[in-house]
Design a protein around this ligand. Structure first.
Ligand code: XLS
Ligand code: NI
Ligand code: NI
Length: 478
């Protein structure tokens, strides 16, 4: 082993601990024997032998084809691609290395040279665009730190970002591919150990603001349709050293400043907050959809923000993804979905591709009720598992996630066509479809009136909730 190889390996081992969130320097040498010349040149294709993925229908046995997702097919009055607005998450798909807190990277993609150089960043971006083209996905998402390396100063860091963004703009211009959302990564660097907008250090608050300012400018420049705030470290480890009220006030001030800056630069995208209960903090402030909705209300920010609901975060908070989606939807806050799932036997954010057809059907039920998700989308905030190490696996994982959600959409169409679930729900509340029910719903029934009714009616009759029937009807649509 040459000394340069030993150095790279040592570097890898050191970086393993940064790698759990699969962003910045988590990639190790693709192939310690490979040659790289420090440029972003790459001969030929990144994914040779993989052609554009086509729809072949449910009977196909080709694992590099769609069985259920047929982009142009109309379902419930809209093309599948318009319901499903799929997006690839750059951080997982192109920066995910397979490293976890116990082990070194396992994925050595052929185009990686083991560096975090600007040339490597540009080559990786070209790989992203070839992947999107071949997969037939037109949207993607990134964190600032995923796509460009840090410099020594903020100026240098921003200049690096500008260089990669210039290439990205050119690549977008040559295709139909565009940006679903951008975000600033405010959790990996040690400066953010106490949080970003909720840090106890004013210099860190300012640094986070400067980073978000730049990330918003870049998102705007790339035509991003949304901008996301995920408060990975906006929370606490112990209340004994934490002024919770002051930290929440700071977070609100930070978000207000973001709204003001968005308006100043003429960015019309939706600002999204992505709730998560914990990990990496013990308690994250935007625990779930309801907590975040009440935070927005308290600080007068409703109307400026929507929510990005992530299925794995939903289950971490003790809810189902469907519960979080419905909570967001009925509050007019459903903005985007980070389409992934957790593992029922593992207690953290495993960010797996969603492959459960029942869960996908419930997700699509909320989206259909919402009339769609645009200008949001289904961002695959999902990673290949550590043990999936073939380039082909990257395609298979996305195809599987897309087909599962497409199946969910088809199932919702079945449910709607069948109509019996909607009928069951309507019937369940029919006692409110009466004069007194209408009075209650209009806020015109006071307690005296209701007491009078009870004296007149006697003991109320209570009908069956029909849970098993509801489940049976749901199952028959799958
Ligand atoms: C982590 C989050 C993150 C956000 C973007 O758990 O899901 O990936 O989506 O910062
Ligand atoms: Ni996410
Ligand atoms: Ni997550």
């Amino acid at each position: 082993m040459k000394s340069v190889e030993i150095l790279l390996l040592l570097l890898c081992l050191k970086l393993v601990f940064f790698a759990a969130f699969a962003s910045v320097p988590s990639i190790c040498p693709a192939d310690l024997g490979s040659e790289f010349n420090g440029s972003d040149e790459w001969d030929g294709e990144f994914f040779p032998g993989i052609h554009k993925i086509k729809y072949e229908g449910p009977s196909s046995k080709n694992h590099l084809a769609f069985k259920w997702y047929n982009a142009e097919e109309e379902i419930l009055g809209k093309k599948m691609k318009d319901w499903l607005r799929f997006s690839v998450a750059f951080w997982h798909t192109f920066r995910g290395s397979g490293a976890d807190p116990f082990g070194a990277p396992t994925k050595f993609w052929p185009w990686e040279d083991g560096t975090n150089s600007l040339a490597m960043a540009k080559r990786r971006m070209r790989a992203n665009f070839e992947f999107l083209e071949k997969l037939g996905v037109e949207l993607w998402c990134f964190h600032d730190k995923d796509i460009a390396p840090d410099g020594k100063t903020l100026e240098e860091t921003n200049a690096n970002l500008d260089e990669v963004v210039a290439l990205t703009k050119e690549l977008q211009g040559r295709s139909k591919i565009h940006l679903l959302w951008g975000t600033a990564q405010l959790f990996l660097h040690p400066r953010y150990m106490h949080g970003a907008a909720t840090s106890s250090e004013v210099g860190v608050y300012a640094y986070a603001a400067a980073q978000v300012k730049k990330a918003m400018e870049v998102t705007h420049y790339l035509g991003g349709e949304n901008y996301v705030f995920w408060g990975g470290r906006e929370g606490y480890q112990t209340l004994l050293n934490t002024d919770m009220e002051r930290e929440l006030n700071h977070l609100a001030r930070f978000l207000e400043a973001a709204v003001a800056y968005k308006k100043k630069i003429g960015f019309n995208g939706t600002l999204l907050i992505e709730p998560k209960p914990q990990e990496p903090t013990k308690h994250q402030y935007d625990w779930d959809a309801a907590t975040t909705a009440s935070f927005l209300q308290k600080y007068g920010l409703t109307g400026e923000f929507k929510l990005n609901i992530e299925c794995n975060h939903a289950t971490l908070s003790g809810h189902s993804c469907h519960h979080e989606l419905e909570t967001a939807r009925i509050n007019g806050l459903l903005g985007n979905i980070d389409a992934n799932t957790g593992d029922p036997q593992i207690g953290w954010d495993t960010d797996q591709f969603l492959t459960d057809i029942g869960e996908a059907t419930l997700v699509m039920l909320s989206v259909v009720r919402n009339g769609g998700i645009a200008p949001g989308g289904f961002n695959f905030d999902a990673k290949l598992r550590r043990e999936s190490t073939d380039v082909e696996d990257i395609f298979i994982a996305h195809i599987s996630g897309m087909d599962t959600l497409a199946r969910g959409l088809r199932n919702v169409a079945n449910l709607i066509e069948d109509g019996s679930l909607a009928k069951l729900v309507r019937k369940r509340y029919e006692s409110f479809d009466t004069e007194i029910g209408a009075q209650i719903e209009a806020g015109k029934a006071d307690f005296e009136l209701l007491e009078k009714k009870v004296l007149e009616w006697g003991e109320p009759k209570v009908a069956s909730g029909k849970q098993e029937l509801a489940e049976m009807i749901f199952q028959s649509a799958l």
